[in-house]
Design a protein around this ligand. Structure first.
Ligand code: OOG
Ligand code: NI
Length: 440
């Protein structure tokens, strides 16, 4: 009998392997990792209290391992199979993002670990978009694109077999896990040979650059990997010194004393040489797809807080969102993890009231990190890498039901996950203080 490798461990191995592959393929990514490590070390040194808080929340250990990536798939079968592959690594689809209003013909989810212990071990996430071929207006081109997608299999036979093994046996042993990682890596690899002619590629680009990126290649190459920084303003300012040109503005909320949600910036996609098949041998061309991005993660907001954020983003006035942890918490605008303090555990509880316990120093509330993405920011990231062309919104409704049908399951609601974590932490804190009965 052989023991299964824990899905968290498979995810860690895959994330590390993907990072090594991307570093070898895109040297600027390595440069970005070095920069982020330096900025994070500086930030921790400058703010020892903040460093303690991160350590207490279990976030310090995961920090240098932390990254997200993104891929874009072309068909329902590709999406459903990638979902099964991510499940082997303990990653589930969370949330639905509709990019069509921003003129990007995809809808997306993020595959990520969901329980707090798994997130603490390795929060590796992948933003995964599905092309909406129905948004190609030209009938012939749409058929050509569908045919190109139908001809390819983005998974190796080995990857497909190991996904099946994991599903039927309930896991993978050491040898299988390592083979799974290297077989699945092939799906994320760059291919410098296009599968469509230069003429077809040009027509796809004319329809939308993103359509050409999804349809013209053998696989859904990883298009960026994003390390997490503790100070995105410092990292953004230092990028030009390293020969990296960032996009002009940072996506997401402005800089705040109490960081919320997600702030992101990227550098522009590389121009890469491509060989297109031609009747008289390969035709040389170029394609831009792969880029770099960094992000700073803040506190997850409740639906009320999120509505305030969305309104603030639209009006560019963020004053309705208090920049104060206590106010964010008392007004129910952000999610928190509650913990009994050593002082609380040592003393005798005189009250079961959470606010009173916090005032007494018997319980602390720590902001829960936002583990997801922002559609408006994502649209800005897509656009910065698709050239300067401004696209009109596609006039379509969000097609969550269609997306879930392609996925083969429903996506999880991130708010339900954050709320469950907050509630479980309250129950655990009260129990630790001997107040479980009073709380129930
Ligand atoms: C995905 C862009 C979205 C993010 O961090 O918001 C994204 C893509 O370009 O495929 O990764
Ligand atoms: Ni990203």
């Amino acid at each position: 009998m052989s023991a299964f490798v824990h899905p968290d461990e498979i995810r860690s191995r895959f994330s590390a392997a993907l990072s090594a592959m991307y570093r070898a393929e895109v040297p600027q990514y390595g440069e970005l990792l070095t920069l982020v490590a330096e900025v994070n070390a500086e930030a921790l040194k400058a703010d020892p209290a903040g460093a303690d808080r991160l350590a207490a929340a279990g976030e310090l250990a995961r920090l240098c391992e932390e990254r997200h990536g993104a891929i874009r798939v072309g068909t329902a079968d590709e999406l459903a199979t990638i979902a099964r592959a991510f499940a082997v690594m303990g990653m589930a689809p969370v949330s639905y993002y509709n990019l069509a209003p921003a003129g990007v013909p995809v809808h997306s989810t993020a595959f990520r670990p969901v329980d707090p212990a798994a997130l603490a071990r390795n929060p590796f996430r992948v933003f995964c978009s599905l092309l909406r071929l129905e948004l190609i207006a030209d009938q012939d081109l749409r058929q050509e694109a569908a045919a190109a997608l139908a001809r390819r299999d983005i998974f190796t036979p080995g990857a497909r077999a190991l996904i099946e093994t994991a599903e039927t046996a309930g896991g993978l042993d050491e040898d299988q896990a390592d083979r799974f990682v290297s077989e699945l890596l092939e799906t994320f690899r760059w291919h410098a040979e296009a599968t469509v002619s230069a003429a077809t590629y040009e027509r796809l680009v004319a329809a939308h650059r993103l359509i050409a990126d999804v349809v013209s290649f053998k696989g859904p190459h990883i298009n960026h990997l994003t390390p997490r920084t503790l100070d995105i303003d410092a990292a953004q300012a230092a990028m030009p010194e390293r020969g990296i040109t960032p996009k002009e503005t940072i996506e997401g909320p402005p800089a705040r004393a109490c960081p919320i949600l997600l702030r992101q910036t990227s550098f522009k996609a590389l121009q890469e040489a491509i060989a297109f098949p031609g009747a008289d041998g390969a035709v040389q061309g170029v394609h831009t797809a792969r880029f770099g991005e960094i992000e700073q993660r803040g506190c997850a907001l409740t639906p009320t807080g999120r509505a305030l954020y969305d309104a603030a983003l639209a009006s560019k006035d963020f004053s309705a969102l208090p920049d104060d942890w206590t106010a964010l918490r008392r007004n129910g605008l952000a999610w928190f993890r509650y913990r009994a303090t050593p002082q609380g555990l040592a003393g005798r509880a005189e009250t079961a009231d959470l606010e009173a316990l916090i005032a007494l120093g018997h319980v602390v509330a720590e902001p829960i990190t936002y583990e997801d993405f922002l559609p408006v920011s994502a649209a800005g990231i897509f656009q910065s890498n698709l050239g300067a062309e401004v696209r009109e919104a596609y006039a379509v409704d969000p097609a969550k039901a269609d997306f879930e049908q392609a996925l083969g399951r429903s996506v999880l609601d991130e708010m339900v996950l954050y709320q469950a974590e907050q509630e479980a932490s309250i129950a655990a804190a009260l129990k630790a203080l001997g107040l479980a009965e009073a709380a129930a």
